[in-house]
Design a protein around this ligand. Structure first.
Ligand code: C2E
Ligand code: MG
Ligand code: MG
Ligand code: MG
Length: 281
């Protein structure tokens, strides 16, 4: 039925309806249902203190267990969720689920674990993100200091005032902020001192090439220096090899994530991993 409706709609708006727009329409409908049907899942990738080798927590990364398409990665549906506004509802769920899960780790004895959650700029545009974060913390009983929100450079370069006041309000709960994929976006760094930030995440594209390219190595060194002078922590993404790990540790990078330790995994698998690797070195 939905498929037929979709066809009529597209014929009305766009005479050149093609299979791509039809597939898109079907996927939007599926995504609308995904939350109610509990098809969305958070996977967790460990975050490690590079010097001590200790696990300090995890980043929550969304997956969609689609009934026909199988397990879908965020690259296959987050953009669609943003374009349709569905990311608002999905983002609320992500926050609540991630905080709940982190609290359950604390109750399992991993009392200091932190959870990092990716935010979309659309969630800020809506305006009540602060209330949503407060709700997620209240409902889960998680202390704000264990929650880290990952922002993008493009978000921070958007309309400033509103974002600034939202970040300040959220910050009052002890929540921290990091910039994801740092270095891939813009050369304008003015926003770094304007917002209440705590960490920079070096994009994996630099980390991957650190041994082959002097330029990428220099970019990483520059990012670490910027972070030091602004009193920000540095997290390297996409550490895949022991070599990557050694070099980044030597350069003074404090935290890391990557396949060297583990891929993002289901909550159950993550806990098994944690039990075996509480010292991940
Ligand atoms: P991100 O936040 O930069 O997450 C890092 C991505 O790199 C993840 O892809 C992760 O699986 C992958 N990765 C981690 N370590 C390695 C490694 O060593 N090697 C390689 N090759 N890849 C590694 P994933 O899970 O497909 O997520 C892609 C992006 O989707 C994320 O990038 C984030 O921007 C977005 N995303 C994920 N979950 C959410 C969510 O709940 N909300 C929003 N708004 N965006 C999300
Ligand atoms: Mg991230
Ligand atoms: Mg990233
Ligand atoms: Mg990324």
């Amino acid at each position: 039925k939905a498929k037929a409706d979709g066809k009529n709609l597209y014929r009305f708006f766009d005479a050149s309806m093609n299979s791509l727009s039809e597939e898109r329409f079907v996927l939007i409908k599926d995504l609308r249902d995904a939350l109610k049907r509990q098809e969305l899942i958070l996977f967790y990738q460990p975050k490690v203190d590079l010097r001590s080798g200790k696990l300090v927590g995890a980043e929550a990364l969304i997956r969609w267990q689609h009934p026909e398409r199988g397990l879908m990665a965020p690259g296959q549906f987050i953009e669609l969720a943003e374009e349709t506004g569905l990311i608002v509802e999905i983002g609320d769920w992500v926050l609540e689920e991630a905080c709940r899960r982190c609290k359950s780790w604390h109750q399992a004895g991993y009392v200091d674990f932190e959870i990092a959650v990716n935010l979309s700029s659309v969630q800020f545009a809506r305006g009540n993100l602060t209330a949503q974060v407060e709700k997620a913390l209240r409902q889960s009983g998680l202390e704000g200091k264990y929650l880290e929100l990952e922002l993008t450079e493009s978000l921070l370069l958007g309309e400033g005032e509103n974002i600034q006041s939202q970040l300040n309000d959220i910050k009052k709960h002890g929540v921290s902020f990091s910039i994801d994929d740092f270095g891939t976006g813009y050369s304008n760094l003015g926003y770094l001192s304007k917002y209440p930030l705590d960490a920079l995440k070096i994009d994996q594209s630099f980390v991957r090439k650190i041994h082959d390219s002097k330029q990428d190595l220099n970019i990483i060194i520059a990012i670490i220096n910027i972070a030091k002078s602004l009193d920000l922590t540095v997290i390297a993404e996409g550490i895949e090899t022991h070599e990557n790990l050694q070099q980044l540790t030597q350069l003074g990078c404090q935290f890391g994530q990557g396949f060297h330790w583990a891929k993002p995994q289901s909550p159950e698998d993550f806990l098994t991993y944690v039990a075996r690797n509480i010292d991940a070195k």
